[in-house]
Each structure stands twice: as structure tokens, then as C-alpha cells.
Design a protein around this ligand. Sequence first.
Ligand code: ARG
Ligand code: ZN
Length: 479
Amino acid sequence: MRVNRRGVAMLATLVSVLACAPADEPPPATHPASASAGAGEPGPASAGAGEPGIGDPDFPEDGNGGYDVSHYDLAIDYSPTTKRLDGVTTVKATATHDLSSFNLDLTGLNVRTITVDDAQATFGRKGSELTVRPAEPIGKNDRFTATITYSGVPKPAKDSANLGTYGFIPTSDGAFVASEPNGSKTWFPNNDHPADKATFDFTVTVPAGVTALANGEQIGQPTTAGGKTTFRWRERHPMASYLATATMGKFELRQGSTSAGIPNLAATDPKFKGSLDSLYTTSAEVTDYWSTVFGPYPFSSTGGVVDDYSAGYALENQTKPLYGGFHPDEAIIAHELAHQWFGNSLTISRWKDLWLNEGFATYAEWLWSEHKGKKSAEALFNENHRRSADDAIWKYPPGRARPGDLFNQSVYTRGGMTLHALRKSIGDATFFTLLKAWTAEHRYGYVTTEGFVALAERLSGKDLGPLFDAWLFQPRRPA
Ligand code: ARG
Ligand code: ZN
């Protein structure tokens, strides 16, 4: 789902109408061309070929141009013993220009067949680019369905710099699936960039006794036959590919709903059995509290999953944050659930704007602490402001996350401090109105730093240029 620049105003109108619709109303599908290779800009590919990147200059090969995905249907059969995955991915998309070919992102794995609108297509592979040549060219604005049948042993993405291991990570009893920023290509062919969100259906088959946990809500009861169980899940709200999961393993579950009535599911690996109740109750309490601070919860269920893979991080997988091998405390649950608004419902279309996810989620941790009568956001801001002038966070301007060091601590902490500096400048009433206006205006859509600054200025009536410049863009400690 994408929108082009001209479509932004139209989408904003559409979204404000939709914001009044019940949360289960599936929103429309669209993608921000702010990140697209750009109409009119001659791409490296020949006329009629879809661009091999979506146009994020920091990640030139991520995502693809020339089409806009509205829905993925993933069928996956996985064996934790052989670590083999058999998959069929159905991609429903609309061409944004005439296409003689288009690309999907997929790393490793063997592609057996591809059809486009039921006709056999030919394809080629080069690195993580899968180029599909349909039997008939696809016309601009035509909807098409591509079905990719593939299999193999998925290999997670490994990045020595600072991303660690991510994507599809095999575990002894299943798999830990956390794909931010660009690891969804390790387990299914897709447009692997947040600038093209889509709805998802999952059909996951695992050995009986193993549980498969994907995004959204379960459709029907799992069915078991021939020693295998099939789980069906559906995420009916737009979702970035990096938030898709099909985490599998032995899990203890606790299900119910939050006090406000949002379905809640907590799942813990047997090694983290002791975390099940606190994960369940804290996730419920946090979801309901954030709904009062940030605006209505954007999705149809909440919860969390603790697996025994020591990832060294958690990921805000849509509706089901995943905690990698540790007991999640209230702060991290508050963080990952804040991402359901900031990152998941409101999605960045370029990675450089990552502070709109991580700065907000970090500030949410401070708001949670304040809400619980622990340290105030002001105290936490001050503690950080006192860091010495040569602390690394002052050299790294968080408003421009760097591709080689995306998740730098500055993007989190100094990003969060930016929001506190803003709160002090415009006052609590305007600040909290702004948070709700921001989430309402871009619900299920795409956001940019410029858009946030503009809204903050509009609601406060202040020139906030100097404040944002000092906090987000200067390589030194703001006064
Ligand atoms: N968004 C996650 C969080 O806020 C961090 C993901 C880091 N990804 C990675 N590959 N290390 O905690
Ligand atoms: Zn985060």
C-alpha cells in the first residue's frame, strides 16, 4: 500500500474519515512515493522494468518500485528438525507504471515456480533481487496476483555492525522471527521496505505440539492431521514487512482481554514460564493506558511473546511484540506497545526518520515511569542531559539515522529527549493534544519528520525550527 506525494492530501482525508470507523474496519491499501524511486526519475532499470529499490537512498536495494502491494497470503510449512521451510507466497499488488518485469526481495531459498495471474512467469535471481517476468506485461494501475512457490533452509540476516542477528532465526523447537529492518526477505518474497505496507494472511503448518504465532488474530481453531498442526492468523490492518512474524515453538499461552476489551494474548517459552502472567497483565494495562494517551489502539488485538532465543533485543511485531530471551520488564513492554502507534500504525517511509519510532517509544518508557509515580520524564530527561559534553549521543544527530548505525542510542535517548524538550516548550496541554492529533491524522499511514514538525508548529502556533534543529540535527549537546 502506498501513496504518492499528490495522494497524501487525499489519503489524509480518507484517514480522518476512517479514524471514526471501528478499529476492525480494514483500512485501504496505499504507499508513500516520498520513498519511491519517483515517477519521472529514470531508474537504473530499462523502460517497463520495475525498479530494484523502493527509493530509500540509505537502503538502495531494499524494497522495489513499480508496484504497490495490498495483501500477502503466506503459507508456510516448517520443520524444526530439518529446518526446512516450504512456502507459497501470494502477493496482491497494483502496478504503478507499465511493467514488463518487477522485482521482489528474497535472500537464499529456492524458488520453484512463479505465476502471475495464473500464467507461468519466468524469473531470475541476483543477490536478494528476484526478478519476475510475467507472460504478459502488466499495465499501469492494473491489479495483479503473483504466486511464488519456494523452499529451503532459511538463513537469518547477520550484521556485525549493530543489528545483530535478525530475520528468520531457527531455534531448537521452532523459529524466532523478528525482521527489522530488512530481514523479511529471509523467509518470504516481498517488497522489503516499510514504505509499502499491506495486510497479511498466514497459514503456518508445524509438527503437532508446536505453536505458531503470527500477527493479528487467529482464524478458527488449529487443525491437526498426519502429525502436523496448521494455524491460521490474519492481520487485517496495514503492516510493514519487518513487523511480520511467524514465531514457532513450544509456548504456554494466556488469553483473554484487557479491561477496555481488547483481545490480549501472552505466550512464553517454557523457560520463561515465570513471565507469562506479568507479560499478560502488563501488556493489557499498558495497551489500555496508551489508548488514553496516544488515542485509540490501532489494531484488533494486543499481547506479547517471550521466546528463549537470546536476541539481545525485542521487536514490536504488530499486535505481538517479541522479546528475545529475557524477562520483559514494564519499561520494555511500555516501549514495544508504544510502537503499535509509533512505527506500526504510523510508519516511516525512510529509515533516516527512525527517531519517529524509537524516540517516541523511549519517551513512552519515561511517560510510563511518570504514570507509575516513579521517576518523572523531567527527571529522566535531566539525567540524560547531564551526560558529559563528549558523550556519543551528542555527536550523533538523531533526526538522521545512519544506515550503518541505525539503532544508535542517540536515536532512542536523544530522540526521546527531543520530545521532552518539545513538551517543555509548548506545554503539557498542547503536547498531549499533539500526540493524539499525530496518531489520528496518520493512522495506518506514513510519516516524516517534516510532517511532525509542521503539526507541532501548527498546534502550538510557535516557530519550533530552532528547537528541532538543535535536538535532531546538530552534532552537539543542545543548551
Ligand atoms: N525496534 C526494536 C526496539 O525498539 C529494535 C530492533 C533492532 N533490530 C535489530 N536487528 N537489532 O527495541
Ligand atoms: Zn523501539
